[in-house]
Design a protein around this ligand. Structure first.
Ligand code: ADP
Length: 280
């Protein structure tokens, strides 16, 4: 059976649609090494990029900054184990005028030359991820089986995935057949001085207060594997700092933004609260 003819999307409408994915203002990203240059080098060679690192360490901000610098739309997909090929590629929809095809986020990016960022790619099932394989080699093709179409990627299309190798209780690992298709950048929490700079800049709190927060965060990271799955991320420290900037007392802000989200274990919670009280 032939697939229904897709509605012709006028070029202007498509351009307007993609404008919604453009990043208007330069995102603040404090580089921690040569990751910006390496990311740009991979994009110049049209190589897919994998960002490896713990949650909240700056992977998404890095992609946003690169999308802005390269002036490409950024289409983000938060992967989970229900993510299907249809969710990525698209599907036929039924409306009053009949059936029409709607591109999924990956197809949109491939067609119009955007960066497609698959966040937490390990959460998606291996059979779903197989659809990206032909996009990651020199063919740069997206098979759209439901439309009998093989879509050649726009020259500006860029695939980026993020992967937290230490995801506690992760149901699966990323298969070698998938991971070996990517250039990978190891991302981790910034060094103390840089993290203080980020926390102060993102929240507006004074540097000495940001330094106390970061010192507390570093202490929680030492508890990783000793009851804590992961220590406080840069994101958590920024949130605590934002609460403080809004007028919350530092110890209360830390209990709310760090202690409670980090652990449900009463003993560990007590230890973390004691660390907070010793810090502020
Ligand atoms: P991830 O994608 O690794 O989970 P994000 O990129 O969302 O983490 O980072 C979480 C937050 O931490 C950001 O919103 C930002 O406030 C802050 N952040 C982390 N690293 C940086 C950095 N290098 N430069 C600027 N902000 C950062």
């Amino acid at each position: 059976m032939l697939a229904p003819t897709p509605r012709a999307a006028p070029a202007a409408a498509a351009a307007m649609r993609m404008d919604a994915y453009r990043i208007a203002a330069e995102p603040y990203y404090r580089s921690v090494g040569d990751e910006l240059a390496l990311f740009e080098a991979a994009c110049a060679q049209r190589l897919p990029v994998m960002l490896k690192g713990p949650t909240g360490c700056g992977k998404t901000r890095l992609v946003e900054r690169m999308a802005w610098a390269l002036q490409r739309p950024l289409i983000t997909v938060a992967c989970n184990d229900d993510t299907s090929v249809g969710d990525l590629v698209g599907r036929h929809l039924l409306d009053a005028d009949g059936t029409h095809w709607q591109d999924g986020p990956l197809t949109l990016a491939v067609r119009h030359g955007a960066i497609c960022y698959l966040d937490e790619v390990v959460e998606a099932r291996a059979d779903t991820l197989a659809v990206i394989h032909p996009l990651t080699d020199t063919r740069r093709l997206l098979p759209i089986d439901r439309r009998n179409e093989l879509l050649k990627a726009h020259p500006d299309f860029q695939l980026v995935v993020s992967y937290n190798p230490g995801t506690p209780g992760a149901p699966r690992e990323l298969k070698a057949a998938t991971r070996q298709r990517f250039c990978a950048l190891d991302c981790s929490y910034p060094g103390t001085e840089v993290e203080v700079e980020i926390v102060a800049r993102e929240s507006g709190i004074p540097t000495d207060l940001a330094a106390s927060l970061v010192a507390l965060g570093v202490r929680t990271r030492r508890l990783q594997g000793e009851g804590l799955d992961e220590g406080a991320s840069t994101r958590m420290l920024v949130r605590a700092a934002q609460l403080i900037a809004g007028g919350t007392a530092p110890a209360a802000a830390c209990r709310m933004a760090l202690v409670a989200p980090l652990s449900d274990d009463p003993d560990l919670g007590a230890a973390l609260r004691a660390a907070v009280d010793a810090s502020f």
